[in-house]
Design a protein around this ligand. Structure first.
Ligand code: PLP
Length: 393
């Protein structure tokens, strides 16, 4: 008999009933140190008092009115995002996948309105993850994501990750309108695109009139130690997809764009019943207040150096289990020699949560406000997990 929840996830036998900061409490009372943060979502930890206060205040004031009307917290959050980024304009969504859908529509509409209706193709890279909608799976292109779900949305060109020659060749095609890429592949195994590559991509886009779409759904909102990951490379995109951390755990996403890239999206061309609702945006404003503060980001950088240095020690001390540390800021990955799933499960046995990724990687995406003592504790538990894996390997 099919379970009452559609069984599309292989869930761990864990049922968390409450959380505080970087800690989650299981129904049986065990306390787990959370280095997954709901897959890079709980950027400020669980039950953050500032976010709880913002949400509670909004819940007592106004939940929903629809985008038929002006929404104060939505305007405030849009203004904050515009102030702190390259963007001139913002559309709010409820998830990363919805942000992907709009980014695709926006890019195509831009070229359509600019006299190039055939420029519908979007270049993406193997290992990319942009969500599970029709556009999201077509953008990814992998068999794992697409098998059985055809016919797929046409108009995506998939290139091997890091294949510079294939990219320069593909960019010359008159049907290419956009390039969509994650500055750091998340699901794809914490694989950063080097700054020089992002710069090269920007130049290529400028040279051929191609729109650059960055997917910062997982790597954005302070995760890498800058407000958005592309800032490390000193470039700006035309369109950026955001979600996860921006809501700190409340479902919220956004598409940020320049005035030029967004110019085709006039009244009636896109919409969402819930997108930009007062509850999500009130939380988003508070998240931005906290994370966009340079002092906060400086702390993320300090803590990420600390964690990284300790992880390098962990890898050096457990060469049978780990191969290397990857990533930027607090978006780190342990590339494994042993099975990454064995490491994740040994973590569970030691009351530590990590997240598997492709390429045999264990992802570490802790709350950005994890403390130094919690970093020490995380390393101690990872050490125990590694010993357990090595003993059974
Ligand atoms: N893009 C990236 C880079 C992601 O990591 C994810 C989710 O993991 C998505 C898109 C899809 O976001 P959501 O699951 O919120 O729809």
């Amino acid at each position: 008999m099919i379970p009452s929840i559609l069984p599309t996830y292989n869930r761990a036998p864990l049922n968390f009933v409450s959380g505080k900061g970087a800690w989650l409490t299981e129904a049986d009372g065990r306390r787990f140190l959370d280095l997954g943060a709901g897959i890079a979502v709980n950027a400020l930890g669980h039950a953050n008092p500032d976010l709880v206060a913002a949400l509670t205040h909004q819940a007592n004031t106004l939940w929903h009115v629809s985008n038929l009307y002006h929404i104060g917290p939505q305007q405030q959050l849009a203004d904050q995002l515009v102030e702190h980024t390259f963007a001139d304009t913002v559309f709010f969504t409820n998830s990363g996948t919805e942000s992907c859908e709009l980014a695709v529509k926006m890019a195509r509409k831009f070229h359509y309105e600019n006299g190039a209706p055939d420029r519908t193709d979007i270049i993406t890279f193997d290992g990319a993850f942009h969500g599970r909608s029709a556009a999201g799976i077509a953008a990814s292109g992998s068999e794992k994501m697409t098998k059985g779900f055809g016919p797929l949305l046409p108009g995506f060109i998939h290139l091997p990750f890091g294949d510079h020659d294939a990219l320069t060749q593909a960019a010359k095609s008159p049907t290419v309108g956009a390039i969509m890429v994650e500055p750091i592949l998340g699901e794809g195994g914490i694989r950063p695109l080097p700054d020089a590559c992002l710069k090269g991509l920007r130049d290529l886009c400028d040279e051929h009139g191609i729109l650059m779409i960055l997917d910062e759904i997982q790597c954005g909102v302070g995760r890498t130690g800058k407000l958005f990951a592309h800032e490390w490379a000193g470039i700006t995109p035309d369109i950026m997809m955001v979600a996860k951390g921006i809501g700190g755990g409340f479902p919220l996403g956004a598409v940020l764009a320049t005035q030029n890239a967004a110019s085709g999206m006039t009244a009636g061309t896109h919409g969402s019943t819930y997108g930009g609702n007062p509850l999500g945006c009130a939380v988003g404003c508070k998240v931005m207040d906290i994370i966009a503060n340079p002092d906060f980001l400086a702390e993320v950088n300090r803590k990420s150096s600390l964690l990284r240095q300790k992880l390098e020690g962990l890898v050096a001390g457990n060469p049978a289990v780990f191969e290397e540390v990857r990533g930027t800021g607090l978006m780190l990955g342990l590339k494994c020699h042993a099975s990454n799933m064995d490491v994740v499960q040994a973590g569970y046995a030691n009351e530590l949560l990590t997240v598997p990724a492709a390429d045999n990687v264990v992802r570490l995406l802790p709350p950005l406000n994890i403390t130094d003592a919690e970093i020490d504790e995380a390393i101690a538990r990872l050490e125990k997990a590694a010993i357990k894996v090595a003993a059974h390997g």
